[in-house]
Design a protein. Structure first.
Length: 162
């Protein structure tokens, strides 16, 4: 009887340990979309420096002598921007590739004079990354939906942390 109890407990523990799932916070579909956005941005050769639908600012802060943090702030929409997705990088060799709306389960939208976080409407959104360069260009791929179409923008922002 004691042996059966030990065997039963051993099997219970082994089966319990083997049934744990890999709990990543994003799905394969989300990861593939992230990679697709990254590849589009890498291949793009034409970038806008001005945009009318919202305000996009690049803020830089020195973290240390060798590291600069940059924040891309997207806010003050002129139109309703639904389901915003964005990815940015400085150099194709970067390992720090900030994004929003791609690997999260939440959706992000902006609407003039409207905030409803429960339904995904924010005052503004932010992408943050780091670099070792004092002067740099951040390339941004931004997509969102309006009332009747999907908008895609390739934008370049110039950073100077000197």
């Amino acid at each position: 009887m004691k042996n059966r109890l030990i065997i039963f407990l051993s099997l219970f523990i082994l089966l319990g340990c083997s049934s744990q799932k890999n709990t990543t916070s994003y799905s394969k579909k989300q990861y593939n979309e992230y990679v697709s956005y990254y590849n589009r941005l890498k291949k793009s050769t034409s970038f806008d420096e001005s945009y009318d639908d919202c305000s996009i600012q690049l803020i830089t802060n020195k973290i240390s002598n060798k590291k600069i943090r940059y924040d891309i702030i997207i806010n003050n929409p002129v139109i309703e921007m639904k389901n915003i997705k964005a990815i940015a990088f400085i150099d194709k060799k970067d390992k720090n590739i900030p994004s929003i709306g791609l690997l999260e389960k939440d959706t992000f939208s902006l609407k003039p004079n409207y905030i409803d976080k429960k339904n995904g409407y924010y005052k503004g959104i932010n992408l943050s990354g780091t670099t070792s360069k004092n002067k740099f260009d951040v390339k941004l791929y931004l997509t969102y939906n309006t009332e009747d179409k999907q908008i895609e923008r390739y934008i370049i922002l110039h950073g100077n942390a000197t």
